[in-house]
Design a binder for this molecule. Structure first.
Ligand code: ATP
Ligand code: MG
Length: 154
């Protein structure tokens, strides 16, 4: 199935807008990829983006309004880069290596009031690789987190 990632992302972002704004936060998107046609199952693609946005909302900081940013760009006309950045609680270096594992949840310094199974990112990781893509994460504790997904363009 061929989908326009820009279109799919802007749909998901608009469904998240109210939720983010209800916490006094903001979500912005800069969908700059000129060609964003990717060969993916639309449902799985939506779930991947949804999971990352869901985490950004769950692991937001309490002392500052949530700022969420989603961007797309094309890399040398062959790959699509999707970045999802938040200004949330961030992830420690030691935990960063494990967050894509099934059932892994950060124990200390994290939001204990937030429920989850630790499955979201395991699903995201598996799905991105099944789509012949790649995912990486950059994070700083107390500053925020950025997930970067690379997918091959059709
Ligand atoms: P589930 O997604 O199954 O409901 P979960 O959110 O705990 O549960 P994952 O989505 O796999 O599980 O995330 C694993 C852990 O990584 C989380 O428990 C959280 O500690 C950390 N994490 C994930 N995304 C972020 C983020 N944007 N900011 C800070 N920590 C994060
Ligand atoms: Mg999650």
């Amino acid at each position: 199935q061929e989908i326009d990632a820009n279109k799919a992302i802007s749909n998901i972002v608009s469904t998240f807008k109210l939720k983010v704004e209800s916490y006094g936060g903001k979500i912005v998107s800069e969908l700059n990829a000129t060609d964003a046609i990717v060969e993916v199952d639309e449902m799985h693609f939506t779930n991947v983006i949804f999971n990352l946005l869901d985490n950004a909302v769950k692991y937001r900081r309490d002392d500052e309004p949530l700022m969420l940013k989603v961007t797309t760009a094309d890399i040398s006309g062959t790959r699509l880069e999707i970045r999802i950045s938040d200004n949330g609680i961030g992830i420690k270096r030691d935990d960063l290596k494990k967050i894509f594992e099934k059932f892994y949840r950060v124990s200390t310094g994290n939001r204990h009031d937030v429920k989850g199974f630790g499955l979201g990112l395991a699903y995201v990781h598996k799905m991105v690789h099944e789509l012949k893509g790649d995912i990486r994460v950059e994070s700083e504790l107390g500053i925020g987190t950025t997930f970067i997904i690379i997918l091959p363009l059709t």
